[in-house]
Design a protein. Structure first.
Length: 603
Protein backbone atom coordinates (compact mmCIF):
# COMPACT_ATOMS: atom_id res chain seq x y z
CA UNK A 1 0.00 0.00 0.00
CA UNK A 2 1.33 3.40 -0.97
CA UNK A 3 1.66 6.02 1.77
CA UNK A 4 3.11 9.55 1.71
CA UNK A 5 5.01 9.30 5.03
CA UNK A 6 8.78 9.55 5.28
CA UNK A 7 10.90 7.08 7.24
CA UNK A 8 11.36 9.56 10.10
CA UNK A 9 7.60 10.17 10.26
CA UNK A 10 6.90 6.45 10.45
CA UNK A 11 9.54 6.07 13.15
CA UNK A 12 7.86 8.83 15.13
CA UNK A 13 4.44 7.22 14.75
CA UNK A 14 5.81 3.84 15.81
CA UNK A 15 6.63 5.32 19.23
CA UNK A 16 2.94 5.76 20.03
CA UNK A 17 2.58 2.48 21.92
CA UNK A 18 5.59 3.17 24.13
CA UNK A 19 4.37 6.68 24.90
CA UNK A 20 0.85 5.43 25.59
CA UNK A 21 2.17 3.00 28.18
CA UNK A 22 4.12 5.79 29.83
CA UNK A 23 1.11 8.10 29.76
CA UNK A 24 -1.17 5.44 31.25
CA UNK A 25 1.38 4.64 33.95
CA UNK A 26 1.64 8.26 35.08
CA UNK A 27 -2.13 8.78 34.86
CA UNK A 28 -2.82 5.63 36.89
CA UNK A 29 -0.24 6.58 39.51
CA UNK A 30 -1.77 10.04 39.95
CA UNK A 31 -5.32 8.70 40.14
CA UNK A 32 -4.32 6.05 42.68
CA UNK A 33 -2.84 8.73 44.95
CA UNK A 34 -5.83 11.03 44.47
CA UNK A 35 -8.34 8.31 45.38
CA UNK A 36 -6.28 7.25 48.38
CA UNK A 37 -6.09 10.84 49.63
CA UNK A 38 -9.80 11.54 49.18
CA UNK A 39 -10.86 8.26 50.77
CA UNK A 40 -8.67 8.66 53.87
CA UNK A 41 -9.42 12.25 54.87
CA UNK A 42 -10.87 12.54 58.36
CA UNK A 43 -12.05 16.13 58.73
CA UNK A 44 -14.14 16.15 55.53
CA UNK A 45 -16.66 13.84 53.94
CA UNK A 46 -14.96 11.03 52.04
CA UNK A 47 -15.48 10.99 48.27
CA UNK A 48 -16.80 7.57 47.18
CA UNK A 49 -14.60 5.80 44.65
CA UNK A 50 -17.62 5.18 42.41
CA UNK A 51 -18.37 8.84 41.70
CA UNK A 52 -18.06 9.89 38.02
CA UNK A 53 -15.80 12.74 39.19
CA UNK A 54 -12.81 10.41 39.11
CA UNK A 55 -13.60 9.31 35.54
CA UNK A 56 -13.77 12.91 34.35
CA UNK A 57 -10.58 13.79 36.22
CA UNK A 58 -8.80 10.77 34.72
CA UNK A 59 -9.92 11.56 31.16
CA UNK A 60 -8.77 15.17 31.36
CA UNK A 61 -5.47 14.17 32.93
CA UNK A 62 -4.81 11.61 30.21
CA UNK A 63 -5.63 14.14 27.50
CA UNK A 64 -3.23 16.63 29.09
CA UNK A 65 -0.43 14.05 29.35
CA UNK A 66 -0.99 12.89 25.77
CA UNK A 67 -0.82 16.43 24.41
CA UNK A 68 2.39 17.12 26.33
CA UNK A 69 4.14 13.88 25.39
CA UNK A 70 3.16 14.15 21.71
CA UNK A 71 4.62 17.63 21.39
CA UNK A 72 7.13 17.67 18.55
CA UNK A 73 10.70 17.71 19.81
CA UNK A 74 12.78 20.55 18.27
CA UNK A 75 15.18 19.40 15.57
CA UNK A 76 18.26 20.52 17.52
CA UNK A 77 17.18 18.38 20.50
CA UNK A 78 16.56 15.40 18.23
CA UNK A 79 20.05 15.72 16.76
CA UNK A 80 21.57 16.02 20.22
CA UNK A 81 19.63 12.98 21.50
CA UNK A 82 20.76 10.84 18.56
CA UNK A 83 24.35 11.98 18.99
CA UNK A 84 24.33 11.15 22.71
CA UNK A 85 22.65 7.79 22.05
CA UNK A 86 25.43 6.82 19.63
CA UNK A 87 28.00 8.03 22.15
CA UNK A 88 26.53 5.89 24.95
CA UNK A 89 26.33 2.85 22.68
CA UNK A 90 29.95 3.24 21.58
CA UNK A 91 31.12 3.60 25.21
CA UNK A 92 29.21 0.45 26.17
CA UNK A 93 30.87 -1.50 23.35
CA UNK A 94 34.35 -0.34 24.35
CA UNK A 95 33.76 -1.11 28.02
CA UNK A 96 32.64 -4.62 27.09
CA UNK A 97 35.37 -5.19 24.49
CA UNK A 98 38.24 -4.14 26.74
CA UNK A 99 36.69 -5.64 29.92
CA UNK A 100 36.50 -2.34 31.76
CA UNK A 101 34.16 -1.21 34.55
CA UNK A 102 32.72 2.25 35.08
CA UNK A 103 31.76 3.39 38.58
CA UNK A 104 30.97 6.65 40.33
CA UNK A 105 33.79 7.32 42.78
CA UNK A 106 33.43 7.50 46.53
CA UNK A 107 32.79 11.02 47.92
CA UNK A 108 33.34 13.11 44.75
CA UNK A 109 30.85 11.26 42.52
CA UNK A 110 32.92 11.61 39.33
CA UNK A 111 33.16 8.59 37.05
CA UNK A 112 36.11 6.20 37.28
CA UNK A 113 37.13 3.57 34.71
CA UNK A 114 39.03 0.52 35.93
CA UNK A 115 39.88 -2.94 34.70
CA UNK A 116 37.35 -5.63 35.50
CA UNK A 117 40.10 -8.01 36.60
CA UNK A 118 41.33 -5.44 39.17
CA UNK A 119 37.84 -5.06 40.64
CA UNK A 120 37.45 -8.82 40.93
CA UNK A 121 40.88 -9.19 42.53
CA UNK A 122 40.29 -6.44 45.10
CA UNK A 123 36.81 -7.77 45.91
CA UNK A 124 38.26 -11.25 46.50
CA UNK A 125 41.02 -9.75 48.68
CA UNK A 126 38.40 -7.91 50.74
CA UNK A 127 36.38 -11.07 51.34
CA UNK A 128 39.52 -13.00 52.25
CA UNK A 129 40.86 -10.28 54.57
CA UNK A 130 37.62 -9.69 56.47
CA UNK A 131 36.38 -13.28 56.41
CA UNK A 132 32.86 -11.89 56.70
CA UNK A 133 31.48 -12.61 53.24
CA UNK A 134 31.63 -15.36 50.64
CA UNK A 135 30.25 -15.93 47.18
CA UNK A 136 27.09 -18.04 47.10
CA UNK A 137 26.96 -21.25 45.13
CA UNK A 138 23.19 -21.68 45.48
CA UNK A 139 20.17 -19.39 45.74
CA UNK A 140 19.05 -18.95 49.40
CA UNK A 141 15.96 -16.90 48.51
CA UNK A 142 13.40 -19.44 49.69
CA UNK A 143 15.31 -20.25 52.89
CA UNK A 144 15.50 -16.56 53.84
CA UNK A 145 11.81 -15.98 53.17
CA UNK A 146 10.88 -19.04 55.20
CA UNK A 147 13.09 -18.08 58.16
CA UNK A 148 11.63 -14.58 58.38
CA UNK A 149 8.09 -15.89 57.95
CA UNK A 150 8.50 -18.57 60.62
CA UNK A 151 9.98 -16.04 63.06
CA UNK A 152 7.05 -13.64 62.61
CA UNK A 153 4.47 -16.43 62.85
CA UNK A 154 6.13 -17.72 66.01
CA UNK A 155 6.21 -14.27 67.63
CA UNK A 156 2.54 -13.76 66.80
CA UNK A 157 1.48 -17.19 68.11
CA UNK A 158 3.30 -16.44 71.38
CA UNK A 159 1.43 -13.09 71.62
CA UNK A 160 4.70 -11.15 71.43
CA UNK A 161 3.51 -9.17 68.43
CA UNK A 162 -0.01 -8.46 67.25
CA UNK A 163 -1.58 -9.76 64.07
CA UNK A 164 -1.43 -6.37 62.37
CA UNK A 165 2.26 -6.12 63.23
CA UNK A 166 2.88 -9.56 61.77
CA UNK A 167 1.16 -8.59 58.53
CA UNK A 168 3.03 -5.29 58.43
CA UNK A 169 6.42 -6.98 58.89
CA UNK A 170 5.80 -9.94 56.59
CA UNK A 171 7.97 -9.87 53.43
CA UNK A 172 6.12 -9.62 50.13
CA UNK A 173 7.49 -12.48 48.08
CA UNK A 174 6.99 -10.91 44.65
CA UNK A 175 8.71 -7.68 45.70
CA UNK A 176 11.57 -9.30 47.62
CA UNK A 177 15.08 -9.59 46.20
CA UNK A 178 18.31 -10.97 47.61
CA UNK A 179 20.71 -8.47 49.13
CA UNK A 180 23.94 -8.04 47.20
CA UNK A 181 27.31 -6.32 47.54
CA UNK A 182 29.13 -4.11 45.07
CA UNK A 183 32.18 -1.86 45.31
CA UNK A 184 32.94 1.75 44.43
CA UNK A 185 36.51 3.02 43.94
CA UNK A 186 38.43 5.53 46.05
CA UNK A 187 40.92 6.98 43.51
CA UNK A 188 42.05 9.66 45.97
CA UNK A 189 43.77 6.95 48.04
CA UNK A 190 46.92 5.04 47.12
CA UNK A 191 46.23 1.91 45.08
CA UNK A 192 42.59 2.93 44.49
CA UNK A 193 41.00 0.75 47.19
CA UNK A 194 37.34 -0.19 46.99
CA UNK A 195 34.53 0.72 49.36
CA UNK A 196 32.02 -2.12 49.87
CA UNK A 197 28.35 -1.23 49.57
CA UNK A 198 25.56 -3.57 50.69
CA UNK A 199 22.26 -3.13 48.88
CA UNK A 200 19.38 -4.44 51.00
CA UNK A 201 16.63 -2.15 49.76
CA UNK A 202 14.43 -5.07 48.63
CA UNK A 203 15.61 -7.64 51.19
CA UNK A 204 13.21 -9.92 53.07
CA UNK A 205 13.85 -7.99 56.30
CA UNK A 206 13.11 -4.56 54.80
CA UNK A 207 9.75 -4.20 56.56
CA UNK A 208 11.30 -5.25 59.89
CA UNK A 209 14.15 -2.77 59.45
CA UNK A 210 11.76 0.08 58.66
CA UNK A 211 9.54 -0.78 61.63
CA UNK A 212 12.48 -0.88 64.04
CA UNK A 213 13.96 2.28 62.58
CA UNK A 214 10.73 4.17 63.21
CA UNK A 215 10.50 2.74 66.74
CA UNK A 216 14.11 2.94 67.94
CA UNK A 217 15.75 5.77 65.99
CA UNK A 218 13.83 8.47 67.92
CA UNK A 219 15.13 6.92 71.17
CA UNK A 220 18.66 6.97 69.81
CA UNK A 221 18.25 10.58 68.63
CA UNK A 222 17.08 11.59 72.10
CA UNK A 223 19.54 9.75 74.34
CA UNK A 224 22.71 9.92 72.20
CA UNK A 225 22.36 13.50 70.94
CA UNK A 226 25.48 14.73 72.75
CA UNK A 227 27.79 12.31 70.92
CA UNK A 228 26.28 12.84 67.46
CA UNK A 229 27.07 15.42 64.81
CA UNK A 230 23.93 16.03 62.79
CA UNK A 231 25.80 17.91 60.08
CA UNK A 232 28.71 20.30 59.58
CA UNK A 233 26.75 23.23 61.00
CA UNK A 234 26.23 21.29 64.23
CA UNK A 235 29.99 20.80 64.57
CA UNK A 236 30.62 24.52 64.04
CA UNK A 237 28.03 25.45 66.67
CA UNK A 238 29.64 23.19 69.27
CA UNK A 239 33.10 24.45 68.40
CA UNK A 240 31.94 28.04 68.80
CA UNK A 241 30.47 27.30 72.26
CA UNK A 242 33.66 25.42 73.21
CA UNK A 243 35.71 28.54 72.42
CA UNK A 244 33.30 30.93 74.13
CA UNK A 245 33.48 28.92 77.37
CA UNK A 246 37.27 29.29 77.40
CA UNK A 247 38.21 25.64 76.90
CA UNK A 248 40.23 26.31 73.76
CA UNK A 249 43.90 27.17 74.21
CA UNK A 250 47.21 26.90 72.37
CA UNK A 251 47.70 23.24 73.36
CA UNK A 252 44.24 22.01 72.35
CA UNK A 253 44.42 19.08 69.96
CA UNK A 254 41.88 18.39 67.23
CA UNK A 255 41.56 14.69 66.50
CA UNK A 256 39.70 13.09 63.62
CA UNK A 257 39.49 9.43 62.73
CA UNK A 258 37.68 7.28 60.24
CA UNK A 259 36.27 3.86 61.15
CA UNK A 260 37.07 1.28 58.48
CA UNK A 261 34.22 -0.85 57.09
CA UNK A 262 31.86 0.27 59.85
CA UNK A 263 28.57 -0.90 58.37
CA UNK A 264 29.87 -3.98 56.58
CA UNK A 265 31.78 -5.53 59.51
CA UNK A 266 29.52 -5.03 62.53
CA UNK A 267 29.09 -8.28 64.53
CA UNK A 268 25.38 -9.11 64.58
CA UNK A 269 25.22 -11.09 67.84
CA UNK A 270 27.04 -8.38 69.81
CA UNK A 271 24.96 -5.67 68.17
CA UNK A 272 21.75 -7.32 69.35
CA UNK A 273 23.08 -7.69 72.89
CA UNK A 274 24.16 -4.04 72.90
CA UNK A 275 20.73 -2.98 71.63
CA UNK A 276 19.15 -4.63 74.66
CA UNK A 277 21.76 -2.98 76.91
CA UNK A 278 21.04 0.44 75.37
CA UNK A 279 17.33 0.14 76.11
CA UNK A 280 17.90 -1.09 79.66
CA UNK A 281 20.45 1.65 80.44
CA UNK A 282 17.77 4.19 79.56
CA UNK A 283 15.08 2.23 81.46
CA UNK A 284 13.02 1.52 78.34
CA UNK A 285 11.61 -1.92 79.08
CA UNK A 286 9.02 -1.65 76.30
CA UNK A 287 8.90 0.33 73.06
CA UNK A 288 5.54 0.76 71.32
CA UNK A 289 4.27 -2.29 73.19
CA UNK A 290 7.24 -4.52 72.28
CA UNK A 291 9.50 -5.90 74.99
CA UNK A 292 13.29 -5.77 74.70
CA UNK A 293 13.50 -9.48 73.97
CA UNK A 294 11.02 -9.14 71.12
CA UNK A 295 12.93 -6.23 69.62
CA UNK A 296 16.19 -8.17 69.80
CA UNK A 297 14.55 -11.08 68.03
CA UNK A 298 13.53 -8.76 65.21
CA UNK A 299 17.12 -7.39 64.94
CA UNK A 300 18.77 -3.96 64.95
CA UNK A 301 22.16 -2.27 64.94
CA UNK A 302 23.48 -0.04 67.68
CA UNK A 303 27.01 -1.36 68.11
CA UNK A 304 28.81 2.02 68.01
CA UNK A 305 26.89 3.35 71.02
CA UNK A 306 28.77 0.92 73.27
CA UNK A 307 32.06 1.48 71.42
CA UNK A 308 31.83 5.23 72.09
CA UNK A 309 30.97 4.71 75.78
CA UNK A 310 33.79 2.26 76.55
CA UNK A 311 36.71 3.52 74.46
CA UNK A 312 37.17 7.29 74.22
CA UNK A 313 34.36 9.06 76.07
CA UNK A 314 35.38 7.90 79.60
CA UNK A 315 38.89 9.30 79.06
CA UNK A 316 37.75 12.77 77.97
CA UNK A 317 36.73 15.69 80.14
CA UNK A 318 33.03 16.46 80.19
CA UNK A 319 33.72 19.85 78.59
CA UNK A 320 35.47 18.38 75.54
CA UNK A 321 33.74 18.01 72.19
CA UNK A 322 33.11 14.47 70.96
CA UNK A 323 30.84 13.54 68.10
CA UNK A 324 30.41 10.97 65.38
CA UNK A 325 28.86 11.40 61.96
CA UNK A 326 28.34 7.94 60.45
CA UNK A 327 31.92 6.57 60.39
CA UNK A 328 33.79 9.86 60.92
CA UNK A 329 34.62 11.01 64.46
CA UNK A 330 35.92 14.37 65.70
CA UNK A 331 36.90 15.30 69.25
CA UNK A 332 39.00 17.83 71.13
CA UNK A 333 41.49 17.09 73.88
CA UNK A 334 43.82 19.19 76.06
CA UNK A 335 46.09 16.30 77.03
CA UNK A 336 49.48 15.59 75.48
CA UNK A 337 49.72 14.10 72.02
CA UNK A 338 51.27 10.92 73.43
CA UNK A 339 48.30 10.42 75.76
CA UNK A 340 45.91 10.90 72.85
CA UNK A 341 47.79 8.33 70.76
CA UNK A 342 47.59 5.83 73.62
CA UNK A 343 43.86 6.46 73.84
CA UNK A 344 43.39 5.94 70.09
CA UNK A 345 45.51 2.78 70.02
CA UNK A 346 43.46 1.33 72.87
CA UNK A 347 40.27 2.16 70.96
CA UNK A 348 41.77 0.56 67.86
CA UNK A 349 42.26 -2.70 69.76
CA UNK A 350 38.83 -2.70 71.43
CA UNK A 351 37.26 -4.99 68.85
CA UNK A 352 38.85 -6.97 65.99
CA UNK A 353 36.26 -5.74 63.48
CA UNK A 354 36.52 -2.05 64.35
CA UNK A 355 39.69 -0.40 63.04
CA UNK A 356 40.35 3.29 62.67
CA UNK A 357 42.72 5.67 60.90
CA UNK A 358 43.35 8.84 62.89
CA UNK A 359 44.87 12.28 62.41
CA UNK A 360 45.93 14.72 65.15
CA UNK A 361 46.13 18.46 64.46
CA UNK A 362 47.12 21.36 66.67
CA UNK A 363 47.00 24.17 64.13
CA UNK A 364 44.06 26.52 64.48
CA UNK A 365 42.54 27.71 61.25
CA UNK A 366 41.74 31.36 61.81
CA UNK A 367 39.98 31.62 58.50
CA UNK A 368 37.62 29.04 57.14
CA UNK A 369 37.11 25.93 59.25
CA UNK A 370 35.99 23.77 56.33
CA UNK A 371 38.85 22.02 54.59
CA UNK A 372 38.87 21.42 50.84
CA UNK A 373 40.32 18.00 50.18
CA UNK A 374 42.96 18.05 47.43
CA UNK A 375 41.25 15.00 45.92
CA UNK A 376 37.83 16.67 45.81
CA UNK A 377 36.60 17.41 42.31
CA UNK A 378 34.95 20.80 41.57
CA UNK A 379 31.83 19.14 40.23
CA UNK A 380 28.19 19.89 40.91
CA UNK A 381 25.04 19.30 38.86
CA UNK A 382 25.96 20.45 35.37
CA UNK A 383 23.89 23.28 33.96
CA UNK A 384 23.60 21.28 30.74
CA UNK A 385 21.89 18.39 32.51
CA UNK A 386 18.15 17.89 32.21
CA UNK A 387 16.99 18.94 35.68
CA UNK A 388 14.19 21.25 36.85
CA UNK A 389 15.35 24.86 37.11
CA UNK A 390 14.95 25.01 40.88
CA UNK A 391 17.66 22.35 41.27
CA UNK A 392 20.33 24.72 39.92
CA UNK A 393 19.10 27.51 42.19
CA UNK A 394 19.25 25.23 45.24
CA UNK A 395 22.81 24.13 44.41
CA UNK A 396 24.05 27.74 44.30
CA UNK A 397 22.18 28.80 47.44
CA UNK A 398 23.45 25.76 49.36
CA UNK A 399 27.05 26.53 48.40
CA UNK A 400 26.70 30.16 49.52
CA UNK A 401 25.02 29.17 52.79
CA UNK A 402 27.88 26.80 53.58
CA UNK A 403 30.45 29.49 52.75
CA UNK A 404 28.78 32.03 55.05
CA UNK A 405 28.55 29.56 57.94
CA UNK A 406 32.15 28.38 57.59
CA UNK A 407 33.93 31.70 57.03
CA UNK A 408 35.09 33.54 60.12
CA UNK A 409 36.00 36.77 58.32
CA UNK A 410 34.79 38.84 55.40
CA UNK A 411 38.08 38.32 53.56
CA UNK A 412 37.86 34.54 53.83
CA UNK A 413 34.25 34.62 52.65
CA UNK A 414 35.21 36.63 49.57
CA UNK A 415 37.88 34.05 48.71
CA UNK A 416 35.35 31.27 49.10
CA UNK A 417 32.79 33.16 47.05
CA UNK A 418 35.26 33.50 44.18
CA UNK A 419 36.03 29.77 44.38
CA UNK A 420 32.31 29.01 44.25
CA UNK A 421 31.87 31.21 41.18
CA UNK A 422 34.74 29.46 39.39
CA UNK A 423 33.27 26.07 40.28
CA UNK A 424 29.91 26.95 38.73
CA UNK A 425 31.54 28.44 35.63
CA UNK A 426 33.48 25.18 35.29
CA UNK A 427 30.15 23.31 35.38
CA UNK A 428 28.75 25.44 32.52
CA UNK A 429 26.59 27.82 34.57
CA UNK A 430 26.18 31.12 32.67
CA UNK A 431 27.84 34.09 34.35
CA UNK A 432 24.62 36.13 34.29
CA UNK A 433 22.70 33.27 35.92
CA UNK A 434 25.31 33.01 38.69
CA UNK A 435 25.08 36.77 39.32
CA UNK A 436 21.28 36.62 39.49
CA UNK A 437 21.32 33.78 42.02
CA UNK A 438 24.01 35.46 44.14
CA UNK A 439 21.94 38.64 44.27
CA UNK A 440 18.76 36.70 45.05
CA UNK A 441 20.50 34.88 47.91
CA UNK A 442 21.70 38.09 49.57
CA UNK A 443 18.39 39.87 48.98
CA UNK A 444 16.45 37.02 50.64
CA UNK A 445 18.54 37.05 53.83
CA UNK A 446 19.27 40.73 54.34
CA UNK A 447 17.02 43.73 54.84
CA UNK A 448 16.61 46.06 51.89
CA UNK A 449 17.89 49.03 53.93
CA UNK A 450 21.30 47.42 54.50
CA UNK A 451 21.85 46.42 50.89
CA UNK A 452 23.10 48.54 47.97
CA UNK A 453 21.16 49.00 44.76
CA UNK A 454 22.53 45.64 43.52
CA UNK A 455 22.08 43.06 46.33
CA UNK A 456 25.62 42.07 47.26
CA UNK A 457 27.69 42.08 50.46
CA UNK A 458 30.29 44.85 50.30
CA UNK A 459 31.60 45.24 53.87
CA UNK A 460 32.35 43.14 56.99
CA UNK A 461 29.37 44.41 58.98
CA UNK A 462 26.95 43.11 56.36
CA UNK A 463 28.74 39.77 56.30
CA UNK A 464 28.68 39.29 60.08
CA UNK A 465 25.01 40.27 60.22
CA UNK A 466 24.24 37.64 57.58
CA UNK A 467 26.43 35.04 59.31
CA UNK A 468 24.71 35.66 62.64
CA UNK A 469 21.29 35.31 61.04
CA UNK A 470 22.17 32.02 59.34
CA UNK A 471 23.88 30.62 62.45
CA UNK A 472 20.72 31.01 64.52
CA UNK A 473 18.63 29.08 62.01
CA UNK A 474 18.60 25.28 62.42
CA UNK A 475 19.46 23.26 59.36
CA UNK A 476 17.00 20.82 57.84
CA UNK A 477 18.78 17.84 59.39
CA UNK A 478 18.82 19.47 62.83
CA UNK A 479 15.09 20.12 62.61
CA UNK A 480 14.43 16.53 61.54
CA UNK A 481 16.46 15.13 64.43
CA UNK A 482 14.75 17.41 66.96
CA UNK A 483 11.36 16.31 65.64
CA UNK A 484 12.39 12.66 65.85
CA UNK A 485 13.60 13.01 69.45
CA UNK A 486 10.43 14.89 70.43
CA UNK A 487 8.33 11.96 69.21
CA UNK A 488 9.47 9.87 72.21
CA UNK A 489 7.06 9.78 75.16
CA UNK A 490 8.28 8.03 78.31
CA UNK A 491 5.64 6.66 80.69
CA UNK A 492 6.45 5.44 84.20
CA UNK A 493 5.81 1.71 84.47
CA UNK A 494 4.98 0.78 88.07
CA UNK A 495 4.14 -2.85 87.36
CA UNK A 496 6.56 -5.72 88.04
CA UNK A 497 9.02 -3.50 89.91
CA UNK A 498 10.92 -5.89 92.17
CA UNK A 499 13.60 -3.54 93.50
CA UNK A 500 13.55 -0.15 95.12
CA UNK A 501 14.55 2.89 93.10
CA UNK A 502 13.84 0.98 89.90
CA UNK A 503 12.64 3.41 87.27
CA UNK A 504 11.28 1.27 84.45
CA UNK A 505 9.75 3.22 81.62
CA UNK A 506 7.65 2.34 78.61
CA UNK A 507 8.58 4.32 75.53
CA UNK A 508 5.98 5.28 72.97
CA UNK A 509 6.96 6.87 69.68
CA UNK A 510 4.20 9.05 68.30
CA UNK A 511 5.03 11.07 65.23
CA UNK A 512 3.05 14.13 64.33
CA UNK A 513 2.11 13.54 60.71
CA UNK A 514 -0.11 16.61 60.44
CA UNK A 515 2.52 18.63 58.53
CA UNK A 516 1.56 17.06 55.20
CA UNK A 517 -1.92 16.03 56.24
CA UNK A 518 -3.63 18.14 53.57
CA UNK A 519 -1.02 17.64 50.84
CA UNK A 520 -1.40 15.41 47.80
CA UNK A 521 1.97 14.53 46.28
CA UNK A 522 2.18 13.35 42.66
CA UNK A 523 5.18 13.03 40.36
CA UNK A 524 5.72 13.45 36.64
CA UNK A 525 8.81 12.80 34.55
CA UNK A 526 10.90 15.89 33.96
CA UNK A 527 11.78 16.65 30.35
CA UNK A 528 12.36 19.92 28.55
CA UNK A 529 9.41 19.26 26.22
CA UNK A 530 7.10 18.79 29.23
CA UNK A 531 7.63 22.33 30.45
CA UNK A 532 4.36 23.65 31.85
CA UNK A 533 2.90 20.18 32.50
CA UNK A 534 2.86 20.70 36.27
CA UNK A 535 0.93 23.95 35.86
CA UNK A 536 -1.65 22.24 33.62
CA UNK A 537 -2.13 19.43 36.16
CA UNK A 538 -2.74 22.08 38.83
CA UNK A 539 -5.36 23.71 36.59
CA UNK A 540 -7.14 20.37 36.11
CA UNK A 541 -7.14 19.75 39.86
CA UNK A 542 -8.43 23.25 40.64
CA UNK A 543 -11.26 22.90 38.12
CA UNK A 544 -12.65 20.03 40.21
CA UNK A 545 -11.87 21.11 43.78
CA UNK A 546 -11.05 24.85 43.92
CA UNK A 547 -14.46 26.14 44.98
CA UNK A 548 -15.37 23.17 47.16
CA UNK A 549 -14.74 22.16 50.76
CA UNK A 550 -11.73 20.16 49.49
CA UNK A 551 -9.86 23.26 48.30
CA UNK A 552 -7.54 23.09 51.33
CA UNK A 553 -6.05 19.84 50.03
CA UNK A 554 -2.91 21.16 48.36
CA UNK A 555 -1.64 19.45 45.22
CA UNK A 556 2.16 19.23 45.01
CA UNK A 557 3.56 18.14 41.65
CA UNK A 558 7.12 16.88 41.93
CA UNK A 559 9.52 15.78 39.22
CA UNK A 560 10.98 12.37 38.47
CA UNK A 561 14.43 12.63 36.90
CA UNK A 562 15.44 10.45 33.94
CA UNK A 563 18.39 8.05 34.45
CA UNK A 564 21.84 9.67 34.42
CA UNK A 565 25.06 8.59 32.68
CA UNK A 566 26.15 6.36 35.56
CA UNK A 567 22.85 4.49 35.46
CA UNK A 568 23.13 3.99 31.70
CA UNK A 569 26.76 2.81 31.70
CA UNK A 570 27.37 1.28 35.12
CA UNK A 571 25.98 -2.11 36.08
CA UNK A 572 26.21 -2.64 39.83
CA UNK A 573 23.48 -5.17 40.46
CA UNK A 574 23.46 -8.81 39.36
CA UNK A 575 20.87 -10.09 36.93
CA UNK A 576 17.31 -10.00 38.27
CA UNK A 577 17.04 -13.73 37.63
CA UNK A 578 19.63 -14.23 40.39
CA UNK A 579 17.94 -11.89 42.87
CA UNK A 580 14.25 -12.68 42.44
CA UNK A 581 12.24 -15.69 43.58
CA UNK A 582 13.44 -18.77 41.62
CA UNK A 583 10.13 -20.54 42.29
CA UNK A 584 8.26 -17.79 40.47
CA UNK A 585 10.46 -18.32 37.43
CA UNK A 586 9.76 -22.06 37.47
CA UNK A 587 6.03 -21.47 37.83
CA UNK A 588 6.04 -19.09 34.87
CA UNK A 589 7.72 -21.76 32.77
CA UNK A 590 5.22 -24.44 33.83
CA UNK A 591 2.24 -22.04 33.49
CA UNK A 592 -0.03 -23.56 36.15
CA UNK A 593 -3.79 -23.40 35.74
CA UNK A 594 -4.35 -22.11 39.26
CA UNK A 595 -2.50 -19.57 41.35
CA UNK A 596 -1.88 -19.65 45.07
CA UNK A 597 -3.28 -16.84 47.21
CA UNK A 598 -1.89 -17.80 50.60
CA UNK A 599 1.04 -15.64 51.69
CA UNK A 600 4.38 -17.40 51.45
CA UNK A 601 2.78 -20.83 51.01
CA UNK A 602 6.16 -22.32 50.03
CA UNK A 603 7.23 -22.00 53.65
Amino acid sequence: MYHPFTASQLAYLSREETLQKRIDRERDDTMKKLKKCMSEITDLAKIPLTLPLYKSYSDRLRSCLTQSYMTIIPLIDQIRALRELKMVQSIRKKLKKHKLMLRATDKSGVLHIGRQIDYERKAAEYRQTTGAYEELTSNPFNDIICQVTRLLNQLQSMKKITEWQRLKLMPIRKKTELAYMYFIPKPHKKGTPLRPILNTIHAATKQISQFLDKSIRPLFDRFVRQTMFVDDADLLDRLQKYIQKGYFNASTLFITFDITNLYTMLPQEESLAILAEFLRVHNCERVNGLSIDNIVELAANIFMWKWDRQTILPKLGSHEIYGRYIDDVFFTCNQSEDKVKELLEAANNFHPNIKLEYKIEQQWYSGIIGHHKPSAQPTVVSFLSDHPRHVFQNVIHTALTRAVRYSSSFEVFNNERRAIRLMFLYNRYPSNYINQQFQKFFADYMSSSSLPFIPMITNPSQFFALRQKLSTQPTTKQTQLATSAAAVHLIQNTQNVTQRNTNNMEATVKRNNNKFKNNLFVHVTHEARLKGLAREIHMIHDSFFKDTSYANIRLVVGHRIDPNIEFELSRKRPSLSLLKDPLEKNQNEIKPLTTATKTNEHC
